[in-house]
Design a protein around this ligand. Structure first.
Ligand code: GLN
Length: 353
């Protein structure tokens, strides 16, 4: 009998030993998620993806905002931030690109901090439109008349929910909130703001349409102006990944330790990202990648892996829907290799045969 039990003990010892050998780097990330990959695995896969896609030139810069048309389309940066604030980055990590529509996630979060999720849901809704992000027919046809917080109409309506004694106070609150999510002071890129403000007749029209349906909650053009500023906030790819990691870490910034977003609001934010984060590319994205993500026409995409961390990619060339081509490919590759897809039982460690 004894000889039978003995090997079992050795086996347990070996299993424990190999566990420590293969996952030496992670602390908190693995407390939050015991199946988080270790740093060496993440580094290897991100490097593979970086090399595989670095010379991909598909897509083209956004040009409806003149400033974005002349951004160097060859720039390419990748960053991963884990929930225990380990940072891994490659390529262009210093350049501050405009956050554009990724801002919508954090204005939604701020609106929920102030009003609670139920009231925000009531005023904005959360239905995918299946239409381009700036669609006018979507606003007319849908019963919510906003769609969701990530198409322009819903986003402008969400910005209009932020309280303040004047436009300046509202804007500063928004910028401070983004900075807390990033763990660093963020600033406006004035040239982007001016370029977009001079060409945003479409967004002004959307704001008047929202007014017609009583779906905007402050003066329409003031709300568009604040919205235009929020889209013109500059972030580098590491700051963007940390903003995503704040969501992955249940609303607590992994660098500063500050609880920026109430934990109970995080699932609302992530589910809305899953449904509409890549606009009319969201269905294909969910099918292939299975991670909540948000894109911006500045070329950034951030994808959140709950409990584990976030991956952000910056590359200005976009597809038809306005999503960075290279960013989608890199994140898809990394998510598949590291079993991040939330719809796969492998994401919680069930490997199967
Ligand atoms: N500021 C841009 C706009 O309003 C944001 C769009 C985007 O990133 N998809 O058109």
């Amino acid at each position: 009998m004894l000889y039978r039990r003995f090997p079992a003990r050795i086996l347990i010892a070996v299993v424990i030993a190999t566990t420590f050998v293969t996952v030496p780097f992670s602390g908190l990330a693995q407390q939050a998620s015991p199946v988080a990959p270790n740093r060496a695995q993440v580094e290897a896969v991100v490097k593979e993806a970086y090399d595989k896609f670095r010379s991909d030139t598909s897509g083209k810069n956004a040009d409806y905002i003149p400033f974005l048309a002349q951004v160097d389309s060859k720039m390419f940066g990748v960053a991963v931030v884990s929930t225990d604030n380990q940072v891994f980055s490659m390529g262009e990590i210093k350049y501050a690109f405009s956050i554009q529509s990724i801002s919508k996630v954090y204005t939604l979060a701020l609106a929920m901090e102030e009003l609670g999720a139920a009231r925000v849901f009531d005023r904005i809704g959360s239905e995918p439109t299946g239409r381009p992000f700036n669609s006018v027919p979507a606003v007319v046809d849908m019963t919510t008349h906003t769609g969701n917080p990530y198409v322009n109409a819903g986003a402008i309506a969400t910005t209009s929910l932020i309280a303040g004694k004047d436009a300046n106070e509202k804007w500063n609150k928004i910028l401070d909130f983004y900075s807390k999510a990033a763990g660093e002071k963020l600033t406006l890129i004035d040239e982007v703001y001016k370029s977009e403000a001079a060409t945003n007749a479409g967004n002004k029209a959307l704001s008047m349409l929202l007014a017609k349906y009583e779906r905007i909650y402050a003066e329409p053009f003031e709300s568009v102006d604040i919205y235009t500023k929020q889209c013109s906030v500059g972030v580098n790819v590491v700051q963007l990944a940390r903003m995503g990691a704040t969501l992955a870490n249940n609303g607590k910034n992994p660098a500063s330790g500050e609880q920026v977003i109430k934990p109970e609001n995080v699932p609302y934010i992530l589910s809305s990202m899953m449904m509409a984060g890549l606009y009319d590319g969201s269905g294909g994205w969910a099918w292939k990648v299975g991670l909540p993500a948000k894109s911006g026409v500045g070329g950034g995409i951030v994808a959140v892996v709950p409990g584990k961390g976030a991956i952000a990619v910056f590359s200005p060339r976009l597809d038809e829907a306005g999503n960075s081509v290279k960013a989608q490919r890199v994140i898809e590759y990394v998510a598949n290799k590291l079993d991040f897809n939330l719809f796969s039982p492998r994401s919680v460690g069930l490997k199967g045969e």
